[in-house]
Write a protein that binds this ligand. Structure first.
Ligand code: FEO
Length: 403
C-alpha cells in the first residue's frame, strides 16, 4: 500500500473520471478542468485528461504517471487501485512532464519497483530527476516482452511520436495498445464532445511535424490484433478502431481529409477582411464543397493550423506591414512551417496602400514547404476593394478550384 499524501504545493482542484477497461486493467488518470492552456500554448476550453493505468496480475505494473497539476488526485486513484499491493513495475512510455511528473515520488514510495524504459528514457530521467535509477532499470528494446502473469507486455519504440524516447506497449492477453500520445485528444473525459475535432487539433499541433514517424508506428502496430486503445490523453477507444486508425493514416501521410477551402485572413482595418468575405461567397458560388474562414488576429491559431491541414485548399489574405507581412499572418505561416505543412493547393491575396509586400513575403515562406501548388496570380488590393480587384478575386476563386 502506498500513501496518497501530496505536498500542498501540488494541490489543485480537479475532477476524476474513471473509465472501465477490464477487471485487471484499471484507469487511474485524472481529468483537469483548472487548466487553460495545454503546454502553455493550446487553449483547452474543455480541460485535459492525463491518463494512466494499473495492470493487476501476479506482478503489478503502473503505466505512466501524470502531470504535477493533478498529483493529488492521481496518487489517490493509484492508491485505490493498488489496495494493499505495491507496484512491481513502472512502465515509462513518455518522459514529457505531463506524464512523468510523479515518477520520482513513486520511485521513492516503492523502492523495490523496477522502472521500464528504453535507451532514451533513462538519460531523461536523470535530466528531470537527477538520477537515472540504474539499479532498478529494466532496459527494453523494440519487441521485448515482459510477463506480469496472465498479462504479457510487448514494447515498441515510437521515436518522435512525440519525443524521442516514446514507446507504446501492447498487452497481448486483452489485446490492449497503450499508445502514449498517439490517438490522444484535448479535453477532459467527463465532457462529451466529438472525438475527431479535438483529436485533429491535438494531432496537428502536437505531432503534426512527425508524420513519417507516425507512419512508422502505424506499420509496427499493423500486425497486432488490437481491441482497445489506451492513450495518454482523451477517451479509451474500444469500438470502431478502424475509424481512428484511418484518421491517423490520413493525417500522418499529409493527405487532405476533406475537399474544401480554408480562408485565413489578417486584416488591419477591415478591407482585407472584406476581400476574404467576398472570396468566401465567390468560392461557394464557384462550387467549393466546403469553405471555412478565420480571422488570424482573433482565432485560436491551433484551430487554424488544424483547418489548414484538414482541407485540400488554403487561401491566405493579408495586409502588408512594415515592408512585409501583417504579423498575425506571418505568425500563422511560421506555425504551418513548424508543423511541416505540405501537399495542399494555395492562393494568395495581398493588400497594400503604397507598396504591397505581403504577397511576396507569404510566397517566400510557402516556398520553404513541400509539395504546395500555388496559384501563380496573387490578387493585389490597393487599400480597398475595387471593380478590378473584385474581378481578380472572381478569377482566383475559379483558378484555385481548378488546380
Ligand atoms: Fe502528453 Fe507529449 O505528452
Amino acid at each position: 500500500m502506498i500513501s496518497a499524501s501530496v505536498p500542498s504545493l501540488f494541490r489543485k482542484e480537479s475532477s476524476i473520471m474513471k473509465p472501465v477497461i477490464s477487471d485487471a486493467i484499471v484507469y487511474i488518470g485524472v481529468s483537469d478542468h483548472t487548466i487553460d492552456l495545454f503546454e502553455n500554448q493550446y487553449p483547452v476550453p474543455n480541460g485535459m485528461a492525463y491518463n494512466s493505468y494499473v495492470i493487476l496480475d501476479d506482478h503489478v505494473a503502473v503505466m505512466d504517471t501524470a502531470d504535477v497539476r493533478v498529483s493529488e488526485a492521481w496518487r489517490e486513484n493509484l492508491s485505490a487501485a493498488l489496495g494493499d499491493r505495491t507496484p512491481d513495475y513502472l512502465i515509462v512510455s513518455h518522459m514529457e512532464p505531463d506524464h512523468c511528473a510523479n515518477i520520482a515520488w513513486l520511485a521513492e514510495q516503492c523502492p523495490d519497483m523496477k522502472i521500464v524504459g528504453n535507451v532514451r528514457t533513462f538519460p531523461m530521467l536523470k535530466q528531470f530527476f537527477g538520477q537515472d535509477y540504474k539499479d532498478r532499470a529494466v532496459l527494453v528494446k523494440d519487441g521485448d516482452i515482459l510477463s506480469l502473469g496472465t498479462h504479457t507486455l510487448q514494447f515498441f519504440t515510437a521515436p518522435m511520436v512525440h519525443w524521442p524516447e516514446v514507446m507504446v506497449t501492447y498487452e497481448q492477453s486483452e489485446k490492449v495498445l497503450f499508445s502514449a500520445d498517439a490517438f490522444g485528444k484535448f479535453g477532459a473525459l467527463d465532457v462529451e464532445e466529438d472525438w475527431t475535432c479535438e483529436a485533429r487539433r491535438y494531432y496537428f499541433n502536437i505531432v503534426g511535424k512527425y508524420g513519417i514517424q507516425v507512419q512508422a508506428l502505424l506499420k509496427k502496430a499493423a500486425p497486432l490484433s488490437i481491441q482497445t486503445i489506451c492513450p495518454l490523453h482523451g477517451p479509451i477507444l474500444k469500438e470502431n478502431l478502424g475509424f481512428y486508425l484511418e484518421k491517423y493514416q490520413t493525417w500522418s501521410s499529409y493527405q487532405p481529409e476533406e475537399e474544401g477551402v480554408f480562408i485565413a485572413y489578417a486584416s488591419i482595418h477591415g478591407h482585407t477582411k472584406e476581400a476574404a468575405l467576398l472570396l468566401e461567397s465567390l468560392l461557394k458560388e464557384a462550387g467549393a464543397p466546403h469553405v471555412s474562414i478565420a480571422d488570424l488576429s482573433r482565432a485560436d491559431i491551433a484551430e487554424c493550423v488544424e483547418d489548414a491541414f484538414r482541407y485540400s485548399h488554403l487561401v491566405l489574405c493579408s495586409s502588408s506591414y512594415d515592408g512585409g507581412i501583417f504579423p498575425p499572418m506571418e505568425d500563422f505561416l511560421h506555425h504551418l512551417q513548424a508543423k511541416a505543412f505540405q501537399n495542399r493547393k494555395v492562393a494568395l491575396v495581398e493588400n497594400g496602400s503604397w507598396a504591397p509586400s505581403a504577397g511576396r513575403g507569404m510566397k517566400a515562406i510557402l516556398d520553404t514547404m513541400k509539395d504546395l501548388t500555388i496559384c501563380p496570380d496573387i490578387v493585389t488590393i490597393r487599400s480597398a476593394l475595387s471593380p478590378e480587384s473584385e474581378e481578380g478575386l472572381r478569377n482566383l476563386s475559379k483558378e484555385l478550384l481548378a488546380l
